[in-house]
Design a protein around this ligand. Structure first.
Ligand code: ADP
Ligand code: MG
Length: 350
């Protein structure tokens, strides 16, 4: 990694020691357009270097705003963000906004010149002071993103996935320490997403790049992220390792977001044979389904997925989603008994 970042931008600042690589404290960001919106509401977080951290949450939960605060594109109304212990400069501290050690890739490819060739879009990020280096470094980064065969094509003629690779190559050519990505795979065909996700993971492993990825796709963050930050309504609700948050979410919202879990109140739980005083979550794969004509539950809808099936199961009162590994699904309308293999209960304050 380049060590371009003398991280002191603000002359009154002193380095805060013993904090994570990216550290936010009591951050608040308020927009005052027609009405006042608290997009980020007094959040604190720690993001470690050399790995992928994903920010996940429903639309409007404040993910993009948090990413902009981290980069220094937005001035917080309260609180601070530090990179390597130093305050991240904002517009008032720095002529060209954005921390010099970071690069941001937005979902709209706004930075790309559609009518220029791929090669020129990327090479233009390097100065002309060393043309040999410019040539070799551009070739190197094109190769790393597997777009060397596209070098002479115009960006306008590329697919969404290819454009995203160009945008990432462009962001990485100057060796930033941190890559910020806002919903980077939205315009990438599902078939090409896996490959790009794997390549980013590989780059992180090889170079020690720090990645912060905003996403609303659970499959994506579970497959990619080493750490997760869950946002709801401007707040950080849960944070931790993806596996821990999947199996031990602290809030129903997190269970719903990551596992599309069934969230039930006390009465519904009771109908399933679970006596609890608290709301519960039952992941779809935690339900065993077998035919039983005497049950009040029946298969309402079924999606055959090959080696597994997705059932929508109902009784007169409520619905349950279940995923069951089977090659011979139970027909629609059949009565079924349910066995709940596991569940999570949430303390009352959540
Ligand atoms: P997300 O990325 O999770 O969808 P955002 O951070 O974009 O959420 O937005 C959080 C909230 O702040 C939303 O209610 C959004 O409408 C509002 N917001 C975001 N940017 C602006 C802006 N520039 N002006 C006014 N409101 C904004
Ligand atoms: Mg957003």
């Amino acid at each position: 990694m380049a060590t371009t970042s003398s991280c002191k931008y603000i002359h009154t600042d002193t380095q805060k020691l013993d904090v994570a690589a990216i550290y936010g404290e009591n951050l608040t960001s308020i927009f005052t357009a027609k009405e006042e919106v608290t997009a980020v509401n007094n959040v604190s977080f720690s993001i470690e270097a050399n790995r992928i951290t994903a920010i996940i949450g429903e639309s409007g939960s404040g993910k993009s705003t948090l990413l902009k605060l981290i980069y220094g594109l937005l001035e917080p109304n309260n609180g601070e963000v530090r990179y390597k212990g130093w305050l991240v400069p904002t517009r008032k501290d720095k002529l060209i906004p954005g921390h010099d050690a970071m690069k941001m890739v937005s979902q709209g490819f706004d930075d790309l010149n559609l009518y220029a060739k791929v090669w020129d879009n990327i090479a233009s990020q390097l100065p002309n002071t060393n043309l040999d280096y410019k040539q070799s470094r551009t070739a190197e980064i094109l190769k790393k993103l597997r777009i060397d065969h596209l070098a002479q094509q115009r960006v306008a003629d590329l697919s969404g996935g290819e454009r995203q690779r160009v945008a990432i190559a462009r962001a990485l050519i100057n060796d930033p320490e941190v890559l910020l990505m806002d919903e980077p795979f939205n315009q990438v065909d599902a078939a090409f997403r896996d490959g790009l996700q794997q390549d980013i993971k590989q780059i992180v492993r090889e170079t020690g790049l720090t990645v912060i990825l905003v996403s609303h796709d659970p499959a994506e963050v579970l497959a990619m992220a080493d750490a997760l930050i869950v946002m709801q309504n401007g707040k950080i609700l849960d944070a931790g390792h993806p596996k821990d948050l999947y199996y031990q979410p602290k809030h129903p919202y997190t269970a719903l977001l990551l596992a599309k879990s069934n969230i039930f109140g006390v009465d519904q739980a009771k109908a399933l044979g679970i006596l609890t005083a608290e709301p519960i979550a039952i992941h779809q794969e935690w339900i065993d389904v077998r035919e039983d004509v005497n049950s009040s539950f029946f298969i309402h809808e079924i999606k055959f997925r090959g080696f597994y099936s997705e059932y929508l199961i109902s009784n007169a009162e409520f619905d349950i989603h279940a995923i069951v590994k089977t090659t011979t699904p139970i027909p629609q309308g059949t009565g079924v008994a349910l066995e709940i293999l596991d569940f999570i209960s949430f303390p009352a304050h959540s």
